[in-house]
Design a protein around this ligand. Structure first.
Ligand SMILES: [Zn+2]
Length: 428
């Protein structure tokens, strides 16, 4: 562990620390233009901050967008040391601000995540998350430096050059999205690189939901141990939670800096341990942009039981889907990750797929997935995949098995859902 005094804290002490920090957060919210008028400190909040939390209002992404760019910043502008922003696929980007102390905390949490994956001081780590406004690149970068490892700031893109660096510089660790890890493996094949001779021992993959089936594919292809890292720019960036390489059963959520709740996404009602719902995060220590009960949009379960690694922080399940990504096909709820899990049970299929909405009398969702090698006739395989989806998810989807390398490769996050219905005027 990088910070065992925090990561392995007895849970009663952790609760007491959370309560104290939450009380301090309530005070700081008075300096936030957004929260100033919305949150009044009551006697109940002073007496027992954790018990009062579920009665306080939730904060949404829409709130952040409506108060763009500075409505959530709770410190004077000269105290802001850095700005990041989300991609803004649905309108204006979301701007997030950090004080020097926020960056210091973030570096520690990314160093914790790296150690949880297997990193040690002195290792070389290839960081292929995008640098810039996106939090992935710089977030892990400062964690690698904090740990005392050597950082190779490769950023995204230029895949062939990255393969050359992976071979020549012989890094121990790799950080990128899971889809980019697979693209690196494919590019190695094209370049004739013998992957079993790579020096990589571990990988930290995140920024998009992925499954255990995908983990097995990545581990087999790159000959490394793969762990999932979680974070979101609004709350901090990568390093909110991470899997430990010892268990790989859920991501330890750094509860000394965040309070996690799971709520029913429709009603906002708080759910119990083990129940699946939307993850809601409260930042305990952030200075520049504290957030109270922020709705992440990610569907998870929380497990507070002890872990073999000795960390005491609760584990969240890997993200089961995004609240917004849930597809409704003729009344049945389908998450892309559930389809992914089924597709990867077929060894002949490659881990490249898309779910395509097509126009028709009724909305039709078709699964396009690549085969690992050229097939003379893929109809039988497609029919077996469709039958398995019907049996496990209770929905009939058309399945097309395509030739290798026919689905576009993203340089950042994978695009899993494509809409090929006629665009309605006025929509992008
Ligand atoms: Zn663990």
């Amino acid at each position: 562990m990088y910070q065992p005094q925090w990561e392995a804290m007895p849970r009663e002490e952790l609760r007491a620390l959370q309560a104290r920090r939450l009380g301090e957060l309530f005070q700081r919210l008075e300096a936030s233009p957004f929260y100033r008028d919305r949150v009044r400190i009551t006697e109940a909040m002073r007496r027992d901050p954790l018990a009062a939390l579920p009665d306080l209002p939730l904060t949404s992404k829409a709130d952040l967008r409506e108060h763009y760019p500075w409505g959530f910043v709770a410190v004077p502008s000269e105290s802001v040391a850095r700005i990041h922003a989300s991609s803004g696929t649905k309108g204006k980007p979301t701007v997030v601000a950090y004080t020097a102390r926020d960056l210091d905390t973030w570096s520690d949490l990314c160093a914790r995540a790296l150690v949880a994956a297997g990193a040690k001081p002195g290792h070389r780590i290839h960081n292929a998350y995008g640098y810039g406004l996106f939090t992935g690149g710089l977030g892990l970068h400062q964690g690698i430096e904090r740990l005392g490892a050597t950082v190779i700031p490769a950023s995204g893109g230029a895949t062939r050059r990255q393969v050359t660096l992976l071979v020549d510089l012989a890094p121990d660790g790799l950080c990128c999205t899971p889809s980019f890890a697979l693209m690196l493996a494919e590019t190695m094949d094209e370049m004739g690189v013998d992957r079993s001779r790579l020096s990589l021992r571990y990988g930290i993959f995140g920024a998009e939901p992925w499954t255990d089936a995908m983990r097995r594919r990545i581990e087999a292809r790159l000959h490394l141990s793969a762990v999932d890292i979680y974070g979101l720019s609004e709350v901090m960036g990568p390093g909110v939670a991470v899997e430990c390489h010892q268990a790989k059963e859920g991501l330890h959520l750094f509860e000394d800096h965040f309070v996690a709740e799971v709520v029913d996404p429709r009603t906002g009602e708080v759910l119990g341990p083990g129940e699946q719902g939307e993850l809601v995060l409260t930042t305990l220590t952030k200075e520049a942009m504290p957030l109270l009960r922020y709705r992440t949009g990610d569907l998870v379960r929380l497990d507070p039981t002890p872990c073999v690694c000795g960390r005491t922080h609760s584990r969240m399940s890997r993200v089961l889907g995004r609240v917004d990504d849930m597809l409704i096909v003729r009344g049945v709820n389908v998450f892309p990750s559930e389809v992914e899990r089924i597709l990867l049970e077929f060894p002949l299929l490659a881990p490249n797929y898309q779910l395509v909405w097509e126009a028709g009398a009724m909305d039709r969702l078709r699964v396009e997935v690549e085969s690992q090698m050229p097939l003379e006739d893929s109809r039988d395989l497609a029919a077996r995949v469709a039958a398995r989806i019907r049996a496990e998810l209770g929905v009939t989807l058309e399945v097309s098995v395509l030739a290798p390398r026919t689905i576009p490769r993203p340089e950042g996050k994978a695009v899993r859902v494509v809409d090929r219905r006629a665009a309605v005027a006025g929509t992008p």
